[in-house]
Design a protein around this ligand. Structure first.
Ligand SMILES: C[S@@+](CC[C@H](N)C(=O)[O-])C[C@H]1O[C@@H](n2cnc3c(N)ncnc32)[C@H](O)[C@@H]1O
Length: 238
């Protein structure tokens, strides 16, 4: 029988870890709808923005949440990395390492065909999430293909030591534009940048979307509307 969606591109070992974490992330989200709405309303009232990720109560509440990328979006990132033969990948927002598993699997599978060296550089500012992400990558058999940098991305992603083939931006929205501005000079022509939730959060993403969609700018971009939206942007020039 034909399944509702295509099967995961991950090998069995990585898939079992990813599926367990996707399920845990979904279980956290359902009871979170009301608290998230309350945080958003309070943030709007106090700061003028619906985004509560930068307020002290929002930060505290989100500190142990996975907020993992949807499995289909993560699988798309795997396929895009494989199509690009990406060896140097940056992940902006690692959390517990769910999307990192897909990116690291893609780098491993490309290296198996092409040889050479490669890595996913992830970053996360919650120390407990960093420790968990490293443990999950090891459990998935992918630890040696990923480096999770602990700290604020505006510091941890300054030194990338080489051109970047693919970036996943899956971060609290106010950090998306600073991350892209920091990473743009490191992107090779033809690199792809994928950013989650751009339709659901489009007013908060205005600066980011302006940069990737600007006529004559350094990107060509397309918006996929499903599941809160996904922006896929191609770095066109040097
Ligand atoms: C949406 S979650 C990432 C989910 C992850 N990509 C996955 O699929 O499992 C965003 C993460 O970014 C982290 N984060 C937010 N602001 C950050 C910053 N300035 N520097 C580093 N990490 C940050 C949060 O702690 C959170 O865990």
């Amino acid at each position: 029988m034909v399944g509702r969606t295509a099967p995961s591109p991950l090998d069995d070992r990585a898939r079992s870890v990813a599926e367990r974490l996707h399920a845990r992330s979904r279980r956290q989200l359902l009871p979170a709808v009301l608290p998230m709405a309350a945080h958003a309303v309070r943030s709007r009232w106090r700061t003028g923005s619906w985004d509560s990720t930068q307020t002290p109560e929002g930060k505290e509440w989100l500190a142990d949440k996975l907020v993992a990328l949807d499995p289909e979006k993560a699988a798309l990132c795997y396929l895009l990395c494989r199509a690009l033969r990406a060896k140097r990948v940056v992940e902006v927002g690692t959390s517990y390492g769910v999307s990192t598993i897909y990116l690291a699997a893609a780098v491993r599978d490309t290296l198996a065909e092409d040889g050479g060296e490669g890595v996913v550089i992830g970053t996360e500012h919650e120390p407990a999430k960093v420790a968990a992400a490293r443990a999950h990558l090891d459990e998935a058999g992918l630890g040696r293909f990923a480096e999770v940098r602990e700290g604020d991305l505006r510091e941890t992603l300054r030194d990338l030591a080489g051109p970047v083939d693919f970036v996943l931006v899956d971060i609290w929205i106010p950090m998306a534009l600073p991350a892209l501005e920091l990473l743009t000079p490191a992107l090779r022509p033809g690199a792809l940048v994928v950013c989650d939730n751009v339709v659901a959060g489009r007013s908060e993403y205005a600066g980011y979307l302006d940069l990737v969609r600007r006529p004559g700018g350094p990107f060509r971009s397309v918006t996929l509307a499903a599941g809160g939206g996904l922006e896929v942007s191609l770095k066109t020039g040097p």
